[in-house]
Design a protein around this ligand. Structure first.
Ligand SMILES: NC(=O)c1ccc[n+]([C@@H]2O[C@H](COP(=O)([O-])OP(=O)(O)OC[C@H]3O[C@@H](n4cnc5c(N)ncnc54)[C@H](OP(=O)(O)O)[C@@H]3O)[C@@H](O)[C@H]2O)c1
Length: 375
């Protein structure tokens, strides 16, 4: 039995992970479940999985639920998330959204736990530091993002072999093929309507601006230790090829399948084993018959360029990119700015930033806070 803790159990990734675990009860035991504010769903999850510990964002919610579920220990806030990261589990699935995922990831690595990482912001802001800790502690960093899970799977049996290119696929989001003038008029409703994946709101907007792909390039850089210039984005609207790796001999190994996050979640949860899934696989004569690939247009989707530039510049720039993006996406979701302001404002914030280098964990947290306050 693998003991698993899930941070963000009430979100899109968290609920799908619990769905996988529900179907494989004999292999997994839930140690801790952590949510933010959706305590009604957390209560249902506690009834179904009887975790030893549960975490809420608010103290009042934790106190209320502890009366209802006396066998579960309740904690709250950041201290609760850090306690969850240091619990008895062997694997921490980090499915939190945003920068708040960084500290619990670091704490779990410190404790020698394997990480199943959905929270890409962790690697965007703290990639170098996190991957150094992973290597020092000898833990597994198992990607949950479908593209990175694909690359991870392509590399099995090929570890250490030089990688010529990583081919990171992208659906293109809801505004694929749009001009900049067309983007200026898009609504929140349109931006939230992703053609292929059903996900949390923040990542859905990131997919619409294509910042998500930029963040994934940075994530891939750190996960697979590949220079940015060797990571290429392929827009592949069918979302069947989840990414690929080209080796020095020009062989390309790709991972394919229907678009279903339960697959990469299963790979990460079960690693190094594979789970049996009662689901139909890809039919090459149907979904696989017309696979197309095109280059992204960074002159329309400027967030891709901003992400490459911030990562190339290094130091505090990626931290600023991530913080500015989180603030701007939140403002767009609240109807306070237009869609194209997300990119424009991030660019301005990056241009005005005075960088610092050789960052420790505390520096990253401070810079993130400062940017949020200033913005
Ligand atoms: N969804 C996907 O298909 C997908 C694919 C690849 C990568 N990812 C990445 O996975 C991460 C999660 O994405 P998602 O789509 O699952 O997001 P989501 O549906 O918005 O879920 C986010 C989770 O974080 C919790 N949370 C929010 N604020 C919190 C707080 N202050 N304290 C504790 N918990 C808090 C939420 O709890 P409440 O809902 O209870 O407030 C929820 O459980 C993101 O980094 C995303 O980029 C997602």
């Amino acid at each position: 039995m693998k003991k698993v803790t899930i941070l963000g159990s009430t979100g899109s990734i968290g609920t799908q992970a619990l769905d996988v675990i529900e179907k494989n009860r004999e292999q997994f035991q839930i140690e801790t479940l952590a949510c933010g504010y959706n305590t009604a769903l957390l209560a249902k999850q506690i009834e179904a999985f009887s975790p030893k510990q549960a975490i809420t964002a608010e103290e009042a919610d934790a106190r209320r639920l502890s009366k209802q579920y006396p066998k579960t220990e309740f904690l709250w806030g950041e201290a609760g998330l850090l306690a969850a990261a240091a619990d008895e589990s062997q694997l921490l699935l980090n499915a939190l959204v945003g920068m708040q995922g960084l500290l619990p990831t670091c704490r779990a690595i410190e404790q020698g736990k394997d990480i199943a990482l959905a929270n890409k912001e962790t690697l965007v802001a703290g990639g170098e530091l996190v991957m150094r800790a992973v290597s020092e502690k000898g833990v597994n960093m198992l990607p949950v993002d479908s593209e990175h899970s694909a690359i991870f799977q392509c590399l099995q049996g090929n570890q250490g072999k030089p990688i010529k290119r990583i081919l990171l696929t992208a659906s293109g989001g809801p505004f694929r093929g749009y001009t900049r003038a067309q983007l200026a008029g898009v609504t929140l409703e349109q931006a939230l309507c992703h053609p292929k994946w059903s996900m949390g709101k923040k990542i859905t907007i990131d997919s619409a601006t294509m910042m998500n792909k930029g963040l994934e390039v940075i994530e891939a850089r750190w996960l697979f230790d590949v220079p940015l210039r060797n990571i290429e984005i392929l827009v592949h609207p069918q979302s069947i090829v989840h990414s690929a790796v080209e080796f020095e001999d020009t062989s390309i190994i790709a991972q394919l399948g229907l678009a279903d996050m339960r697959v990469p979640i299963s790979v990460a949860l079960a690693y190094p084993e594979r789970l049996v899934r009662q689901a139909r696989g890809l039919d090459f004569f149907k979904e696989g018959a017309n696979l197309t690939f095109e280059a992204p247009d960074p002159t329309v989707f400027g967030c891709i360029r901003l992400a490459y530039e911030a990562s190339e510049a290094g130091g505090s720039y990626p931290v600023v990119l991530n913080a500015a993006n989180e603030v701007m996406v939140d403002r767009f979701l609240k109807g306070q700015i237009a869609f194209t302001d997300i990119e424009k404002n991030i660019q301005k914030i990056l241009e005005h930033h005075t960088p610092t280098y050789n960052l420790e964990l505390n520096d990253i947290i401070d810079i993130d806070q400062k940017i949020r306050e200033e913005v």
